[in-house]
Ligand binder design. Structure first.
Ligand code: CP
Ligand code: NVA
Length: 306
């Protein structure tokens, strides 16, 4: 595997299958403590830009940088005003003079592309309207803890065809998993991303029947029905009505394989896409998954900045 140093990570498909494997192997090694006492990012700084709220992404990137010997500086949009106080281009052309990497959580994916175009330092997608690729690295680390070989593994994503669904589609190319996506009509994932993944040989099925997707699945995944930035009250209520039958409950977890696991990127909107009894169910791995955000991002930072 060639060095990943200096590369952007806007989507999972910015990695080749071999590079994806290398990052996940490092993530597992990070979790085993194999890098303890090493400071591969000594003196390096990651700028973190947040246009939207965050618990996991904010905390794990900062802790990751600290544990690797570097540090992170947090920039909220209220302070820096992406595209309002100054152009995105100028922000990139400033930050690249001071820091070794930029992680950004943005509304529009095109904002990330603009940051990456003007910054000579790596830009990492911390969630956009289109994709959430760092989440998927932690998700597949978690999946591999239960199922070391993901080729042909039955992964079911149930819910909104949003940034998480799109990222799952791209990761199906890399993991070789057999992905089924169940959404209500009108909430299907991005067609361009889907066609691209199919052309790359991914095994992906779309359905509108959540129970068909869940039946026998080894991994059941869901995410919120109303994503950050979509909270307008009327559309929120309409959506929740359209998603009747898509809620993950203990009864739905009974349908998945006996050794199957339940994942959710969190935050959960309890009473909508999931009930508390599912998150706390013996098949749930959602808090391991949250822990793995740290290990997977340490691995990613190690490869992109180290
Ligand atoms: N899953 C996730 O990205 O969580 P945050 O929104 O809290 O960062
Ligand atoms: N689809 C959700 C994911 C949150 C981690 C959102 O974009 O708000």
């Amino acid at each position: 595997v060639q060095s990943l140093k200096g590369r952007d990570f806007l989507s999972n498909l910015d990695l080749s299958p071999e590079e994806y494997r290398a990052v996940l192997d490092t993530a597992h090694a990070m979790k085993r403590g194999e890098f303890k006492g090493q400071r591969p990012l000594e003196g390096q700084t990651l700028a973190m830009i947040f246009e939207k709220p965050s618990l996991r992404t904010r905390t794990t990137f900062e802790v990751a940088m600290n544990q690797l010997g570097g540090h992170a500086v947090n920039l909220t949009n209220a302070e820096i005003g992406l595209g309002t106080r100054e152009p995105v281009r100028d922000i990139a052309l400033n930050l690249e003079r001071w820091v070794e990497g930029i992680m950004a959580r943005v509304y529009l994916h095109s904002t990330l592309e603009e940051l990456a175009r003007y910054s000579s330092k790596p830009v990492i997608n911390g969630l956009s309207d289109l994709l959430h690729p760092v989440q998927l690295m932690a998700d597949y680390q978690t999946i591999e803890e239960s199922f070391p070989d993901t080729r042909g593994l039955r992964v079911a994503y149930i819910g909104d065809g949003n940034n998480m669904a799109n990222a799952h589609i791209q990761c199906a190319v890399l993991s070789g998993a057999k992905l089924t996506i169940a959404t209500p009509r009108g909430y299907e994932p991005n067609a361009v991303i889907l066609l691209d993944a199919l052309q790359r040989g991914a095994d992906i099925t779309l359905t509108h029947d959540p129970l068909e997707a869940a039946q026998g699945a080894q991994v059941l995944y869901t995410d919120v029905w109303v994503s950050m930035g979509q909270e307008q009250e009327a559309s929120q209520r309409r959506k929740i009505k359209d998603f009747a039958g898509f809620q993950v409950t203990p009864a739905m977890l009974d349908l998945i394989a006996p050794e199957g696991i339940f994942l959710h990127c969190l935050p959960a909107h309890y009473g909508e896409e999931v009930v508390e009894e599912a998150t706390l169910h013996p098949k749930s791995r959602v808090f391991d998954q949250a822990e793995n955000r740290l290990h997977a991002q340490k691995a990613l930072l190690y490869h992109l900045l180290g």
